[in-house]
Design a protein. Structure first.
Length: 250
């Protein structure tokens, strides 16, 4: 097997505009709920670019979006739980990212769909109602990191771990964003050494990053105006639809 694989594609203006619009919406979702936006954006990116491009591109977008969330809530970070979470998440994210680059594209797409559906079912059934502990932070970080490296995002799982701490909303959003940014930065470094990311990829990545920053700002403004229960139900429906599409069609 080659030491690196090409990950690039030709991008049209309309496609770029659609991707940026999707990035704005995804970032607004994450900014308001603390998770979910990346999993809404991934099916769009997979459809337009293929999984081998979509997952690294999503990683850049998430890194940018989470850095923006950190910047908007910098004073609220709870560093101790973040450190424990990253103790498990960082090495597991590296393992997941290395596993990703060796998989066939159809396997990756169906794995993404299965992960999406599992996340929704776990949240809806209340299985992810967890008691806070040191082992939960480290173990939850490891599982979140591995799945994040393998399928692009495991936001709902990481969010469940941090939500179990009963942190105030700004503290939860900022702390979860720090852990996510660390994982995505590591994953992007691995993807960069294992995949040949061409200039078209980076032009889209920078444009998408800008849309993510604007969407994160909009989500922060909306967070106090939305009904959490209604919003969570809407996200669950969208994630279930995306999961079904990806599992069925690969």
């Amino acid at each position: 097997m080659e030491s690196s694989r090409r990950a690039g594609w030709r991008i049209e203006v309309f496609d770029l505009a659609l991707i940026m619009a999707g990035g704005f919406v995804a970032a607004a979702v994450s900014g308001a709920a603390g998770f979910g936006g990346a999993l809404l954006l991934l099916p769009l990116l997979t459809h337009m670019a293929g999984a081998k491009v979509a997952v690294p591109l999503l990683t850049v977008a998430q890194l940018t979006g989470n850095l923006a969330r950190i910047g908007f809530n910098a004073q609220a970070i709870a560093w101790r739980p973040v450190g424990l979470f990253l103790l498990g998440a960082v090495p597991a994210a590296a393992l997941g990212a290395l596993s990703f680059v060796s998989l066939r594209e159809d396997v990756v797409v169906r794995a993404v769909g299965a992960a999406l559906l599992c996340f929704v079912l776990l949240r809806v059934t209340g299985v992810l109602t967890l008691r806070p502990s040191r082992s939960l932070l480290i173990g939850g970080g490891a599982l979140t990191g591995f799945l994040s490296g393998l399928v692009g995002s495991a936001g709902p799982l990481g969010a469940a771990v941090f939500l179990s701490l009963n942190l105030p909303p700004p503290v939860y959003i900022a702390s979860e964003a720090v852990s996510a940014a660390a994982m995505h930065g590591l994953k992007m470094a691995i993807y960069g050494t294992q995949l040949r990311l061409d200039p078209a990829f980076w032009s889209v990545a920078f444009a998408l990053g800008g849309a993510m920053i604007l969407g994160t700002w909009a989500g922060k403004r909306l967070v106090e105006k939305l009904s959490p229960d209604r919003f969570q139900r809407l996200v669950s429906v969208l994630l279930s639809a995306a999961a079904a599409q990806m599992l069925l069609f690969g």
